[in-house]
Write a protein that binds this ligand. Structure first.
Ligand code: GLP
Length: 282
């Protein structure tokens, strides 16, 4: 069963569209600047909605976001004591206390540094005997908790978000998936050897992810440049799961110069952002 979470339900919060209906691409000088920008958006959200449900991602890319948010908490500029945290995906078969289960990673990298307790955390159970039931329970729990306010995403080199590998249905719900060999190779650095990387995972579906009120994808490094170009300039297609962001009313893609290096419209994105009124935020 998904961990219980105090309900932030009540009236459904209205997504802010910032007057836009297209993916906003923000090109930042480096990963640190991307982290600061996104942490700033999370802090603004928490000041407006102290019990906001933040959807968080694992991997190396989001770390500068968490570092910047922790710095804001320590400086007293934002309070996370009522914030709630939701997990995006999980390996199947790793116990919750395995150091590389995503639950452990998030506890280490997000919850503990932010001083948020496990009672304010929700995630799928990767050890459930009935995996399908666990997936459905988690999908329902997200809705019952009032929905995710801001979902932070990374991106795989093949364009996956969460663990929605290429050819995932764009309306998929939380379910079990099989990892591509490329993703297992990419993630092997967190394990002693590749044989320890599970083949199966639970991931929020693309349809589930699209229900968050604000999607913020961070991509850094040249290795993500093709995936980023396909995400924002390619067709909406299951072969690049992240391209589903184009269907969302409020999606922001934050990229460093290297990850932006294959964007045809980079100059346009730069000009648009520079001329954006400050009050709009991302
Ligand atoms: C994993 C995670 C994704 C993450 C991706 C990229 O597959 N399930 O959520 O976006 O890795 O990770 P990194 O940021 O380390 O490149």
């Amino acid at each position: 069963m998904a961990a219980p979470l105090p309900s932030g339900a009540g009236p459904r919060r209205v997504p802010s569209q910032n007057g836009r209906l297209s993916v906003e691409v923000v090109i930042v000088p480096d990963a640190k600047a991307g982290g600061a920008l996104i942490a700033g958006a999370m802090a603004d959200l928490l000041r407006r909605t102290p019990d906001a449900l933040l959807g968080v991602a694992t991997g190396s890319t989001p770390l500068p976001v968490y570092e910047a948010l922790v710095a804001q908490v320590r400086s007293g500029s934002v309070d996370t004591s009522r914030a709630r945290i939701a997990q995006l995906d999980e390996y199947v078969g790793l116990t919750a206390d395995h150091p590389e289960s995503y639950r452990s990673v998030l506890r280490r990298e997000v919850l503990e540094p932010l001083g948020i307790g496990m009672d304010a955390f929700m995630g799928p159970d990767g050890t459930a005997e009935d995996v399908q039931a666990a997936c459905e329970a988690y999908d329902r729990a997200l809705t019952e908790a009032g929905g995710v306010d801001l979902q932070l995403l990374g991106i795989g080199t093949d364009g996956h978000i969460g663990f929605n590998e290429p050819c995932s249905s764009l309306v998929s719900r939380t379910r079990i998936k099989t990892l591509t060999e490329q993703t297992r190779v990419d993630n092997a650095r967190f394990f002693d050897d590749i044989d320890q990387v599970p083949h199966h995972v639970i991931t929020q579906g693309i349809g589930t992810i699209l229900e968050a009120r604000h999607l913020v994808l961070l991509a850094t490094g040249e290795g993500k440049a093709d995936a980023v170009a396909a995400t924002v300039e390619g067709p909406v297609a299951a072969v690049c799961p992240a391209s589903a962001l184009q269907l969302h009313p409020h999606a922001t893609v934050v990229v460093d110069e290297a990850a932006a290096s294959k964007l045809k419209f980079a100059d346009y994105f730069r000009r648009t952002y520079v001329n954006k009124p400050d009050w709009q935020g991302i």
